[in-house]
Design a protein around this ligand. Structure first.
Ligand code: ADP
Length: 470
């Protein structure tokens, strides 16, 4: 593996998780071993100490009953019986001088500890010590105890079998631990790989997407774990991006189409005038037409900008207290002449006052769009009724007409930018009025909905909260 690959491998989450797993496993096993080892050691020492103390008891009873000779003989026999390499007895005077002992040929390196004698003379009943015999692996546990006011017993017992047991225990532990650390690292690696495989799938999909295929999705398993949640959220985000991109694509196509028509018209008029126009009035008419078409274009571009700003919140709404009933009455007055021209009856059902906090300029614009549409799409003889009602929290505006209506297939799309139903193509319009109305309603924390039936009429309902959106 090259150095770069090694560094990358060491930085992977799977490697670090494995390392942590194996590390924690090793540390906790070592702690468990140390605890166990300490427990066993102290248990063995306790047992040896009990044995040594029981020897002291036996010898002091024997001394009291049968005298010094008896304990000297018994010491020799006892040591012989237990094994001269296993145990020894030595009788000392108060000055620490040995005056009798069992066979000490094996124990000749073991001296008499002055401090222990002093401790006994100071009044302690017994003193323990553990010493290691040079050149031998084993340790010896030694007990000094007063047998009588003038005799001290030094008794020692080899801890060889215990040492052998503990050595064996250590060896087995080290071998088992080494094996287990490898197994733990293997299991840790397997588990870490399983855990990060989901993340890798998300990464692979993200890489494919950055290479240009937005259709790809991360496979979601059925476990419902964190990785699945990540994959689902990632897929949802992709769905959303795809929808947005499709909308942007459609919108730019519509925009290009809607820009092309007036520009083609302007160009056509200019060309015809240049080719055929002889009089000043023909040039004047061309200029007037050009201005009209340019106004239309400007109107469209300004409306587009306004929708974008309102939706993004860049165009901050003013938050003033406004009388919506008054605004609706003004709008009805404004549209009355055009309704009359078309032979449409315009009704206005509004309370005396209806207060809410919002941007009056924007709300006026929204009302104008709804009223303009209602009159535009209602044939002569029809009726348009605007009404305002309210409850504790919101004000409801309804613009109802008896016009051509909207087909069920068009209804869900009328609020999209540039969407115009086929039957409305004969009417003037750019397909942005309802998009702006919806952006304004939402910017106020409200909503706009439409119900309609073809040839029966439509009803647009706007709900606005009385207190402005923060
Ligand atoms: P436009 O400039 O075409 O009126 P809008 O965004 O205001 O654009 O409306 C989008 C489409 O919704 C219209 O083209 C029309 O098909 C339909 N529409 C809107 N209002 C009405 C209505 N009151 N009656 C029937 N159709 C309507």
């Amino acid at each position: 593996m090259s150095l770069g690959k090694q560094i990358r491998f060491r930085n992977t989450l799977a490697f670090r998780l494995t390392l942590w797993y194996a590390g924690i496993f090793t540390v906790s096993s070592c702690v468990a071993f140390l605890l166990f080892y300490t427990l066993i050691t102290s248990f063995f020492r306790e047992r040896t100490d009990q044995e040594l103390l029981s020897q002291v008891n036996r010898f002091s009873t024997l001394l009291a009953a049968e005298g010094v000779g008896a304990i000297q003989t018994t010491a020799v026999i006892e040591a012989q019986a237990a094994g001269v390499k296993k145990v020894f007895f030595r009788f000392l005077s108060l000055s620490g001088q040995a005056f009798s002992s069992s066979n000490m040929s094996y124990w000749k390196d073991i001296g008499i500890h002055g401090i222990a004698i002093k401790e006994l003379l100071r009044g302690r009943s017994h003193v323990f010590e553990t010493i290691a015999i040079p050149d031998r692996k084993e340790k010896v546990r030694i007990l000094y105890a007063m047998l009588s006011p003038s005799i001290i017993l030094q008794v020692g017992e080899a801890m060889e079998s215990y040492s052998r047991f503990l050595d064996g225990f250590k060896r087995i532990f080290i071998i088992t631990m080494t094996l287990l650390i490898f197994v733990a690292a293997g299991i840790g690696w397997f588990m870490a790989r399983r855990a990060v495989s989901g993340v890798e799938a998300v990464t692979r999909t993200a890489q494919r997407i950055s290479a240009g295929t937005l259709e790809d999705r991360v496979p979601v398993k059925i476990q419902g774990d964190e990785i699945d949640q990540l994959a689902t959220t990632f897929n949802q985000m992709l769905d959303r991006i795809q929808t947005l991109l499709t909308e942007i694509k459609e919108m730019s196509e519509n925009l290009a189409h809607d820009l092309r028509s007036p520009i083609t018209r302007i160009r056509g008029i200019a060309e015809v005038t240049l080719t055929n126009g002889k009089s000043l009035s023909e040039y004047e008419s061309m200029a007037a037409n050009t201005i009209e078409e340019c106004d239309r274009l400007l109107d469209m571009i300004n409306t587009m900008l306004m929708i974008s700003k309102t939706e993004s919140g860049a165009d901050k709404l003013s938050r003033e207290e406004i009388d919506l009933a008054g605004l609706v009455r003004q709008a009805c007055d404004l549209f009355e002449p055009s309704a009359e021209d078309k032979g449409v009856t315009l009704g206005c059902n509004v309370p005396v006052r209806s207060l809410l906090v919002g941007d009056s300029r924007m709300i006026q614009r929204m009302l104008s769009n709804l009223l303009d549409n209602a009159i535009k799409y209602t044939p002569s003889g029809g009726t348009v009724t605007v009404s305002v009602s309210e409850d504790d929290t919101q004000v409801i505006i309804s613009v109802k007409d008896t016009g051509c209506g909207i087909s069920p297939s068009d209804l869900p799309r009328v609020f999209e930018r540039f969407y115009r139903s086929d039957q409305s193509r004969s009417q003037s319009g750019i397909g942005l009025g309802l998009s702006l109305a919806r952006a304004i309603a939402r910017a106020h924390g409200g909503e706009i909905t439409a119900t309609s039936a073809p040839n029966q009429g439509s009803n647009f309902t706007v709900t606005l909260p009385k207190s402005a959106k923060k």
